[in-house]
Write a protein that binds this ligand. Structure first.
Ligand SMILES: [Zn+2]
Length: 479
């Protein structure tokens, strides 16, 4: 019998605000433990939460980009449970009335896109972090770092629409790209900014009812999503085929062993005793606020990629590379419009520019070369003032010095030699120095032509106009 997996994802994304969701403490990663804390995020008695306005705007932005309906009123609730990393004894989260409902994402595995629905997006605060190792007395004690406590999160819950580990992985990856593009999340799974839990069940192919699901938690690295799900799907199919049944439980993924294992069964599941948070008013989102957030949103990657192909005539590949980030796409568009040569701009941005940025580990946001300056270089090549190989040298000098292309070309005498009489002398001296190659060419071995062109280019220090050199050589060789 063949089985079909049914997967739904719950993705926690940290909102990229400077401060926490209910207090003014910094959200910066990597600070010494318990240095970004205050009475609010330590849950001290009497401390009152105040909602971070920007966190709500970011959550609205994500919801709009994913096609969700932002609710005019949503409500924070207390989710009660006891755990050392949760100092208040409850987490403030949205429950019955989340910020946004519905929405979805088109995910393509093997070419054909499928619509994956979203159930909801709600806001909540993160908990602290228990440190079980790394201390001399870690065998006896657990330490807690509350720097994360109160960091703003959105939880994005998908419908059980995913049908394979590969599809789930593609969905997660696309979601990540959108959140990063919007600037609401930094996409950094290693630092815990993006986490994924999965609800997984299997059913015989063709059956309508869902099987019993298990929840796989803490898939804490981007590349483990597919591995964890593949393992869990196989485990459930083996179980069912062997006459057993899947039990509803929470499982953890052990990335070192490449398997999931049971953490707690349904009988041990928490009763969170949710009730509305009395210290926070409902979150009221008016139409004007939605419009204002929408106005700050840049075109989404997918739409921009399609526009680059349609408006600039770029190949799909170029459009894909150039829309990897909003900043890179913006840069390209400025170079393209200033140079009037979109394909040239694409070649330079994807080629020399990205290569140089990668080599120096410099983000595009900090590129020292203005788009207009790169456009100036492209114009020099287009006009035939310099050859493309000289242009690469000029690019390196522009990048290092910030000087304009025409200034470098003039100062260093790099302009292409297109003057026939100047080049003719070089061509004649090259032919005189290479009589064998010339004779071979005349005898029909035309492959030596390229060698002779190379010699002339070399003798002209790369400045000879290749078209003129070609014509002169052919004329001199009598062909
Ligand atoms: Zn605080």
């Amino acid at each position: 019998m063949t089985y079909e997996p049914v997967i739904g994802l719950e993705i926690h994304a940290q909102l990229a605000t400077r401060t926490k969701i209910f207090c003014g403490c910094s959200t910066a990663f990597g600070a010494p433990p318990n240095t970004h804390v205050c009475p609010v995020c330590l849950g001290l008695p009497g401390a009152l939460p105040v909602l971070n306005r920007r966190a709500v705007d970011y959550a609205i932005k994500a919801a709009l980009a994913l096609g969700c309906e932002v609710q005019p009123a949503s409500i924070f609730a207390r989710k009660n449970y006891f755990y050392p990393d949760l100092p208040k004894g409850y987490q403030i989260s949205q429950y019955e009335r989340p910020l946004a409902l519905g929405g979805g994402l088109d995910v393509a595995v093997d070419g054909t896109p499928r619509r994956i629905g979203l159930t909801r997006i709600h806001m909540e605060e993160d908990a602290g972090k228990s440190l079980h190792e790394g201390f001399a007395d870690s065998d006896r004690r657990t330490y807690v770092d509350y720097n994360r406590s109160g960091v703003p999160l959105i939880e994005i819950v998908s419908e059980p629409d995913l049908r394979s580990a590969a599809e789930a992985s593609a969905f997660f990856s696309q979601l990540r790209d959108i959140l990063v593009w919007l600037g609401v999340n930094d996409g950094n799974m290693e630092e815990g900014s993006l986490r994924c839990d999965a609800n997984v069940s299997v059913r015989p192919a063709g059956q309508r009812e869902f099987g019993t699901k298990a929840e796989v938690k803490n898939i804490n690295s981007f590349r483990y999503v597919q591995k964890a799900l593949e393992y869990e799907i196989e485990r459930q199919i083996d179980l069912v085929e062997g006459g057993g049944r899947v039990v509803q439980e929470t499982r953890l993924f052990d990335s070192a062993a490449g398997r999931t294992f049971s953490m707690r069964s349904k009988e041990e599941a928490h009763d969170y005793r949710y009730f509305p948070e009395p210290d926070l008013p409902p979150v009221i989102v008016e139409a004007e606020r939605i419009a204002a957030v929408r106005a700050t949103m840049t075109e989404l990657p997918d739409a921009r990629r399609r526009r680059f192909v349609a408006a600039y005539g770029l190949p799909e590949y170029d459009a894909g590379v150039l829309t990897q980030s909003a900043a890179l796409a913006d840069y390209f568009e400025q170079v393209a419009s200033a140079s009037g040569n979109a394909k040239g701009a694409s070649n330079w941005v994807m080629g020399e520019l990205l290569r140089t940025l990668n080599e120096r580990n410099t983000p595009i946001e900090e590129v020292p070369l203005a788009p207009a300056a790169l456009a100036g270089l492209i114009a020099l090549v287009d006009r035939g003032t310099i050859s493309s190989s000289i242009a690469k040298d000029v690019f390196g000098k522009m990048y290092a010095s910030g000087r304009a292309a025409d200034e470098i070309v003039a100062a260093e005498g790099l302009a292409q030699i297109g003057d026939e009489s100047a080049l003719l002398a070089i061509v004649q001296s090259v032919l005189a120095a290479n009589p064998d190659a010339a004779a071979q060419y005349r005898a029909g071995k035309t492959a030596t032509f390229g060698f002779l062109v190379g010699q002339v280019m070399k003798a002209s220090k790369g400045k000879g106009n290749p078209k003129v050199i070609n014509e002169l050589l052919r004329r001199e060789l009598g062909s």
